[in-house]
Design a protein around this ligand. Structure first.
Ligand SMILES: Nc1ncnc2c1ncn2[C@@H]1O[C@H](COP(=O)(O)OP(=O)(O)OP(=O)(O)O)[C@@H](O)[C@H]1O
Length: 301
């Protein structure tokens, strides 16, 4: 397990991280989400030892992450760092060798990963001659080429076309199925919801929520969609907050302890009810709720 415990980090007078704690388990894909400047990259840099924390620890399988463990991590940094004049295969072999692979194993792995991400035709091109999206594919190969034990990827999906998004999603699920912990950051919350076993929401340097999307849903207020009665029927009902209305559909949130049958009775009193049932908010809504209590942090993820 990759365990991140009580990380704190200040830059001058600004607090970037303030007690960040969460774990990424072997075999799970963990989505790390948060607004701009929330602390995702800082956390990942500390995991990789690129930055030192002011306080807190990062451990892997119960021991502090040291240089040996870091060689076994596949890292996609936020600042993409490829040598523009190197050719794709040559570059990947060079990086794999830095991670201790033999030349022939490195060449095989470079061929496998470039094929997998759709770069077979570009293996002999200089990196600088590739489009940005294809450079991003090379960067992903660079994180995967040495068959890492842990994957830490900072916004791996940014800049990818839909086909590459599908391929990378498959690769991450496969790597997790092979038993390794996978953590990635992203602002694409639908993708995170679809792909991740658990998510961590960071807001202004603190974890606002960690769990499965279902856990986050269970911790949030119950919501119902009611279709039928004319708009306005739920205004002022005790324990009920109207979230929005769309034609004949009213979406409400219930305060804890509010009886859904009373809600239904009130709806029936206002007119015929054609549909009544719980509404499952997507991660994007759960995210907004999780960061809403924290001033200045409620911007879009
Ligand atoms: N080298 C640095 N010097 C000063 N401040 C920094 C430095 N690196 C990060 N910060 C600050 O730390 C905070 C967290 O930044 P970080 O890059 O970790 O956020 P993020 O969640 O990755 O954001 P984004 O989604 O925009 O990439 C921000 O307030 C940022 O300005």
């Amino acid at each position: 397990m990759l365990a991140i415990e009580g990380l704190a980090k200040r830059f001058g007078t600004a607090t970037a991280l303030d007690g960040v704690t969460f774990q990424v388990r072997p075999g799970e894909v963990f989505g790390f989400v948060g607004g701009n400047g929330a602390g995702k990259t800082t956390t990942m840099r500390i995991v990789l030892g690129v930055l030192d924390p002011d306080a807190g620890t990062v451990s892997w399988r119960g021991s502090p992450v040291d240089a040996t463990v870091r060689r076994r991590i596949g890292y996609l940094p936020e600042e993409r760092g490829l040598y523009p004049k190197m050719r794709v295969t040559e570059h990947l072999v060079y990086l794999a060798r830095l991670h201790g692979m033999s030349r022939s194993a490195a060449r095989d792995a470079a061929a496998t990963w470039t094929g997998r991400v759709g770069l077979a035709e570009r293996r002999h091109d200089e990196v600088q001659k590739l489009s940005l999206g294809n450079q991003q594919r090379v960067q992903l190969c660079a994180a995967l080429v040495h068959d890492p034990d842990v994957l830490v990827l900072d916004e791996p999906f940014s800049g990818l076309d839909p086909a590459a998004v599908d391929t990378l999603s498959e690769v991450l699920r496969e790597r997790a199925a092979a038993g390794i912990p996978v953590i990635f950051s992203s602002h694409q919350l639908e993708l995170v919801e679809r792909l991740c076993d658990r998510v961590g929401i960071i807001s202004a340097g603190r974890m606002a929520a960690v769990g499965t999307v279902d856990d986050l849903r269970a911790a949030s207020a119950e919501r119902y969609d009611v279709t039928g009665p004319p708009a306005g029927w739920a205004d002022g009902l005790p324990g009920v907050r109207v979230l929005d209305t769309d034609g004949a559909r009213t979406r409400v949130e219930l305060e804890p302890g509010t009886d859904d049958q009373k809600l239904l009775a009130a709806a029936l009193q206002a007119g015929p009810v054609h549909a009544f049932g719980p509404y499952r908010p997507p991660l994007s809504e759960l995210y907004r709720d999780a960061v809403a209590d924290r001033p200045g942090t409620g911007g879009p993820a």
